[in-house]
Design a binder for this molecule. Structure first.
Ligand code: ZN
Length: 148
């Protein structure tokens, strides 16, 4: 014997609709009646983070290019080419993980798919602290994740 979830009336186990109040009792039926879930929309925080990441990447790339250029000029002017190249490499190195991370992030935003906490933390530590915090604060994102 089961009971109506709405009015509490006793029901037969095979009952689909409550005889007292008429509400559906079958879980499958109740699920089918549920309104279709709206597609998760891209939150403002995601867009803000993406802009921050692109700006960060541009600045790092600009500095790396600048130092590589200065190294080249310096080498012609008699400066220590090795030291200048090391400095240029230090600035270039972050691009090696920033570009792939941004690509993964942009792909996730484009597909409106959930972004893993791991990627968010990596963005926070290795890319842009503010963007990482924004993503971790994106509660809508967490809801989408739990639904999926
Ligand atoms: Zn009922």
């Amino acid at each position: 014997m089961k009971y109506c979830t709405k009015c509490g009336a006793e029901l037969f186990d095979e009952a689909v609709i409550c005889v007292k109040c008429g509400c559906p009792v079958s879980p499958q039926y109740a699920y089918a009646r549920e309104p279709q879930k709206k597609a998760p929309k891209t939150s403002g925080l995601r867009i803000a983070s993406m802009v921050l990441l692109i700006v960060t990447l541009s600045i790092v790339a600009l500095y790396a290019g600048l130092f590589a250029f200065v190294a080249l000029i310096g080498a012609f002017g008699g400066e220590d080419l090795f030291v200048m190249l090391i400095v240029a490499l230090i600035f270039l190195a972050p691009l090696a993980w920033m570009i792939p991370m941004l690509a993964v992030y942009c792909k996730a935003v484009k597909r409106k798919s959930p972004i893993g906490v791991g990627l968010k933390v990596c963005i926070l530590i290795f890319f842009n602290v503010v963007a990482g915090i924004l993503l971790l604060c994106d509660s809508e994102e967490e809801q989408n994740e739990s639904v999926a």
